[in-house]
Every structure is written in structure tokens, then in C-alpha cells.
Design a protein around this ligand. Structure first.
Ligand code: PMP
Length: 385
């Protein structure tokens, strides 16, 4: 029995007090360590043992378009999407990647190399996931070019829109905004019931998912793409072959075990990872809103309730990031940094510096310290520089 109660903290009071006064809290990256407590309670239920002679080959299934995809992982992915009801897996190719970061780059390569006109414009509506900018610009490719905000994009020619829903960084539910005849990469990293109501079964040409943000196992570096067009899937596999000759079998095996377990118990109220994750995220958001609402310094987006087909009730979003704003015109990232809280500045997401992206997936202690410091700044009424 896993249970949903909050575990005792391991830090002693003195260490904690020290941390309260001194430690720099890094909420810039979305390192999903918040769920570790759940996995500790699972004890050996998801332990994986791999003998020294096993998994030595590069290959998994040479008859599959994605020849390095372990067949058991493919089954586990389909079973999980079937149980949650968040995405269609029929008549699609599964392409596994070293995180969905690698798959995003594979998708940019595949779609743009298949385009007659190059470079293909890459856009995303602001505020966008800042890593898209790096992924689209880093190699200075002749295949594609980062063109910024999708809402103001007015160039002719082929384009790829990165569409994230719920969105990183602001948690909003999104649809593509350019709506011409371009391609869309649907990034559904956070379309899981602990973050957002599951309102429909997504059914698009190219959808990305990541193990990192479902269960918190970012270190395994497993992501997958559900791809309709075989030519796109083949090109993505070509990219992954050149880039890393496939994806770690050990990681795929661990992901398979964990995904199968969360699927098996997803309807068991006291054990379900999604019930646990939902309560955890909801409680963090309630606590954050309490601090923000008790002053007149900060802003947070409000999210409408919607009926979640998985939970069978109306719920609100509890995004993995808080899009925190400052009511006054000032650089909120610098203000928080002075108070030893690192966040991602809104300017990196194509927006104003009066906003920051704050990870809601840190360990409990760091989250507590963050709230404590935010309450202190709020009391100072956001002193002018
Ligand atoms: N897409 C989005 C929207 C994300 O937030 C992240 C992780 N921050 C990723 C993709 C990449 O995840 P990973 O490479 O760990 O699978």
C-alpha cells in the first residue's frame, strides 16, 4: 500500500533552518523530483535487475520502423494511453527517443528535410518553452530557422509550429495559432491527469510525450513520439540513428516496468500514481495561491475548471510551472535571485521580464523555502530598485 500521506522529512531541523536562511533554491529547471516520495513508498515494486549478458545488441526489433524500440515498451505506452484516454495510438508509429528533447530535434529534421522549400520557419506562440529556441537555432541548420512568436508570424512559405498543451511555461490549454497549411508538432509533455483535466483523446499527426514529466523519472531520458506518416517516422529514426544509434535498452526496460505499474494501479484510489500526483500538485498550487493572494505584489494565471474524463469529475489545472508575474514593472527574475530563488525569466520565453517561470516540481523542502521567501518579498511590497 503506497498511501497518499506526506512522509516525514529526512532533514533535521538544524539543517533545515540553515537552509532556510542560506540556500539558493533552483526553480529554474523543471527537475521533477517532487514525486520521489511516492516512488520511495513503492519500495521494490519497480526494481529492475539486468544480468550482465543481457541487452548487448544495438537492435530491438528489426521489423519495426523504429528498430531500436523495445517491443515491451511499445506495448506499455499503448496500454498507458489507453487507460488514461489522453491520446490515440492506433495506426501510428511509435518512435522512442533519449527524452522528448531528442525527438523534438528529430521531428524538426524529419519535417523540414521532407519540405521542398528550405529553410522551414519554426514558430511557437509566446510565452513558449525556451528550449525550443535553442533546439531550433543551436546547429544553425540550413533546413530550418527559428522565427519566434507564432502569433505575429506572417512569412510566406513552409513552417512548423511548436504547440505545447498544457503550455510550458504558463499552463494554459492551447491550440495551434498560425492555422495555414504548415506542420504542427504537438508537445503533450504535461497532458496527464495530475496536471490537467483530460478532456479529449488527442489525435494529431505528430505528438510528443515524455516519461520525465509523467512519473518524474527524468534521469531515464525516455520520450516517445506518436507519428501518423511513415515517411516522417522513418526520417525521425534516421536522425536518431545518426545522433545516438538508438536509445538505451536499460532505460527502456526501466520505463516499461514503471509505466506498466502505473497503468495497472491507475484506478486504485489509494495506490494510483495519478491520484497521488493530482493531490500533490493541487495542494502545492493552493499553497502558492494563498501566498500570492494574501498580498498585492504578484500575479498568477487563473485556470477554468473542466471535466476530466479520467477522474470523472470537474477539476482545474495544476501546471508543472507557475507563471508568476509582478504587478509593478520590474525584473522579477532579478528580484527573486536577490532572495536566492532562481527562476527562468519571462524574456527567455519571448515575454516580459516582469514574469518568471517557477518550477512546481521541486522537492518539498525547496518548495517550502520558496513559499517562505515569496511571502517575505510580498511583505516588503516589492521595493522599488
Ligand atoms: N517538452 C516540454 C514542453 C518540456 O517541458 C520538456 C521538459 N522540460 C521537454 C519537452 C523535454 O523533456 P525530456 O527531454 O526530459 O523528455
Amino acid at each position: 500500500m503506497v498511501g497518499l500521506e506526506i512522509s516525514k522529512k529526512s532533514d533535521s531541523d538544524s539543517i533545515k533552518n540553515n537552509r532556510l536562511s542560506d540556500a539558493v533554491i533552483n526553480l529554474d529547471q523543471g527537475d521533477p523530483t517532487a514525486f520521489q516520495e511516492y516512488w520511495m513508498k513503492m519500495k521494490d515494486r519497480c526494481t529492475v535487475v539486468i544480468p550482465g549478458w543481457d541487452m548487448m545488441s544495438y537492435f530491438s526489433n528489426t521489423t519495426d520502423v523504429c528498430w531500436f524500440l523495445e517491443p515491451e515498451l511499445a506495448k506499455a505506452i499503448k496500454a498507458l494511453h489507453g487507460a488514461i484516454g489522453n491520446a490515440a495510438t492506433e495506426e501510428r508509429y511509435i518512435v522512442v527517443g533519449t527524452g522528448s528533447s531528442q525527438l523534438c530535434q528529430a521531428a524538426l529534421f524529419a519535417l523540414s528535410s521532407l519540405s521542398e522549400v528550405k529553410p522551414v520557419s519554426i514558430v511557437a506562440a509566446t510565452p513558449y518553452y525556451s528550449t525550443y529556441v535553442e533546439e531550433a537555432s543551436y546547429l544553425q541548420s540550413k533546413l530550418y530557422k527559428w522565427e519566434g512568436d507564432a502569433r505575429t508570424f506572417d512569412k510566406n512559405g513552409p513552417y512548423i509550429e511548436m504547440m505545447t498543451s498544457p503550455n510550458n511555461p504558463d499552463g494554459t490549454i492551447r491550440e495551434p495559432v498560425v492555422n495555414r497549411s504548415g506542420k504542427v508538432i504537438h508537445d503533450f509533455a504535461y497532458y496527464w491527469p495530475h496536471y490537467t483535466p483530460i478532456t479529449r483523446r488527442q489525435d494529431h499527426d505528430l505528438m510528443l510525450f515524455t516519461f520525465s514529466k509523467i512519473t518524474g523519472h527524468a534521469g531515464s531520458r525516455i520520450g516517445w513520439a506518436l507519428v501518423k506518416d511513415i515517411e516522417v517516422a522513418k526520417r525521425m529514426v534516421q536522425y536518431l540513428t545518426i545522433n545516438s544509434i538508438g536509445v538505451s535498452k536499460e532505460s527502456q526496460t526501466r520505463a516499461t516496468t514503471i509505466l506498466n505499474e502505473i497503468t495497472k494501479i491507475c484506478r486504485n484510489k489509494s495506490e494510483s500514481f495519478f491520484e497521488y500526483g493530482f493531490e500533490k500538485m493541487k495542494s502545492r498550487w493552493e499553497r502558492l495561491r494563498e501566498v500570492v493572494d494574501s498580498g498585492d505584489t504578484f500575479t498568477l494565471p487563473n485556470y477554468p475548471q473542466a471535466f476530466c474524463n479520467f477522474f470523472g469529475k470537474s477539476i482545474s489545472n495544476s501546471p508543472a510551472f507557475a507563471w508568476l508575474g509582478c504587478k509593478e514593472e520590474r525584473d522579477l527574475g532579478s528580484l527573486l535571485k536577490e532572495n536566492k530563488v532562481l527562476t527562468r525569466g519571462g524574456d527567455r520565453c519571448g515575454c516580459d521580464k516582469k514574469y518568471v517561470r517557477v518550477s512546481m516540481l521541486s522537492r518539498d523542502d525547496d518548495f517550502d523555502i520558496f513559499l517562505h521567501r515569496l511571502a517575505t518579498i510580498k511583505d516588503l511590497k516589492c521595493i522599488k530598485p
